[in-house]
Design a protein around this ligand. Structure first.
Ligand SMILES: [Zn+2]
Length: 269
């Protein structure tokens, strides 16, 4: 997990070149108003509720999978993806980069209002295995704070960029912050742009109970692959749920709001 490959360069370059590309065919929903924009309390520390330091998949017989989307929010692709997920009544987890979260607070609030989960994907997307513990914690803490300031909830999992994070670092993060590192069990390599149908097919073929499926909502072709991926996943009787739901942890969500579970899950004041 500490090896760095071409993904390091490709993913970063993709983020830059796609940032200004408008995607046709997305329709923006009105942002639900039930999520508080500015929390009135300081960010609470996460409680130690389990002993899971890190995971790549979840041990379960229940027919559920986690779809996870990294590197956003993206101003066009993320709302487009949210429209698709709503049509399919599918829930996902968004591993956001802190500096993107700070730039697109309305999209952050829409993600949460529609019952999805937000995870921590650091602030600047560095190769964490090359950083000392102090800098790792600063990267993580800044994003925790931005998510709290934006949606009034604290991420309970962290995804290391490029999956590059040593076991010692994962233990350190868990000991210091009670944050679990979530890698993945299915990687469609969508950042290589192998084609829409190839991405969808890889997501479907990797799907099994407890799978954690990686994708990137900064890439337009990835979003175009999602309907076919969801068709295939649902046809196997698998339900896409958030990471917290897959782990059967207390649901991640805004303080003071109650999560109404189910396919149309959402928060109520
Ligand atoms: Zn990433």
């Amino acid at each position: 997990m500490t090896k760095i490959n071409r993904r390091t360069l490709m993913s970063g370059a993709g983020a830059l070149t796609l940032a200004g590309v408008a995607q046709a065919g997305f329709a923006s929903h009105a942002v639900a108003q039930s999520v508080p924009a500015v929390p009135t309390r300081p960010m609470p520390a996460l409680a130690r509720t389990h002993d899971t330091v890190s995971l790549t998949a979840v041990q379960t017989n229940r027919p559920r999978v986690a779809l996870t989307f990294d590197d956003g929010p993206h101003p066009q692709n993320t709302p487009w993806l949210l429209d698709i997920l709503a049509q399919y009544r599918a829930k996902a987890t968004f591993y956001v980069i802190g500096q993107n979260a700070r730039r697109y607070p309305e999209i952050m609030r829409r993600i949460v209002a529609e019952g999805h989960e937000i995870g921590n994907h650091t602030f600047t997307h560095p190769v964490l295995s090359q950083l000392g513990d102090g800098n790792v914690l600063r990267e993580v803490d800044r994003t925790q704070q931005i998510v709290w300031d934006t949606v009034g909830a604290v991420p309970v999992t962290m995804r290391p960029p490029y999956g590059s994070f040593s076991h010692r670092q994962m233990r350190m993060l868990f000991d210091q912050r009670n944050l679990t590192s979530v890698v993945w069990s299915v990687d469609p390599q969508d950042w290589r742009r192998p084609g829409v149908s190839v991405v969808a097919d890889r997501m479907v073929r990797g799907a099994r109970p407890g799978a954690v499926i990686l994708a990137h909502d900064i890439h337009g072709p990835t979003i175009r692959a999602v309907p076919a991926a969801l068709d295939g996943i649902l046809a196997q009787g698998l339900q896409p749920v958030t990471m917290s739901d897959l782990l059967a942890w207390p649901h991640w969500g805004p303080r003071g709001l109650r999560y109404v579970a189910g396919p149309a899950g959402h928060y109520q004041g």
